[in-house]
Design a protein. Structure first.
Lengths: 112, 112
């Protein structure tokens, strides 16, 4: 079955530095991946997604990289700001039918 | 556009009691999902509605959980009778076809 996990449960970065959050998945049939940000007391908020026909996708200050060979994806946040402090979840699915499977989350703390 | 709304935001009940959670999806979203996050663990899929039909209920833990979506609009998730292990945050999400899931802020359920 599908499992999606994260390498590190916590990450602390200095304000202004770049952040990299990693995620591994086990199901090679997964072809759609999403990163969510969850702030305290709120639900997961969509950040960026990527399909398996791409290996990189950029948004505003965020970049997702997908390496299908080793079944790994990462979220890069440029010039990390205090407002980026949150728990970040990766999630994957086979876009045909299966529901999103979430990893446990990485807590990002930004040090001012 | 109003987001996904969930009610109540918090619920504290005793073991053996019944609780009903409500989710109002984004207007026009046919897909509605329930997820649950137990303390410290990943967000886990419970079930998926397409309009009023249950598309996938493979994540429902047992028959104490009953989800409905009469008329294909809002959904309810009832837990009867509640057990201690049911404590957690219950998230609802909705989407249009082939679009990312939009989550509500969740209902924090505490069973004592």
């Amino acid at each position: 079955g599908e499992s999606v996990g994260l390498h590190l449960p916590t990450l602390s970065v200095q304000e202004g530095d770049n952040s990299i959050i990693n995620c591994a998945y086990s199901n090679s049939a997964s072809d759609y991946f999403i990163w969510y940000k969850q702030e305290s007391g709120k639900g997961p908020q969509f950040i960026i997604d990527i399909r398996s026909n791409m290996d990189k996708r950029q948004g505003q200050r965020v970049t997702v990289l997908l390496n299908k060979t080793v079944k790994h994806l990462s979220l890069q946040i440029a010039a990390t700001q205090p407002g980026d402090s949150a728990v970040y979840f990766c999630a994957g699915a086979n876009s045909g039918n299966t529901p999103l499977v979430f990893g446990k989350g990485t807590r990002l703390s930004v040090i001012a | 556009e109003a987001g996904v709304t969930q009610f109540p935001s918090h619920s504290v009940i005793e073991k053996g009691q019944t609780v009903t959670l409500r989710c109002d999806p984004i207007s026009g979203h046919d897909n509605l999902y329930w997820y649950r996050r137990v303390m410290g663990k990943e967000i886990k899929f419970l079930l998926h509605f397409v309009k009023e039909s249950k598309q996938d209920e493979s994540g429902m833990p047992n028959n104490r959980f009953l989800a409905e979506r009469t008329g294909g609009t809002y959904s309810t998730l009832k837990v009867q009778p509640a057990e201690l292990e049911d404590s957690g945050v219950y998230f609802c999400a909705s989407s249009q076809s082939h679009s990312p899931l939009h989550f509500g802020n969740g209902t924090r359920l505490t069973v004592t």
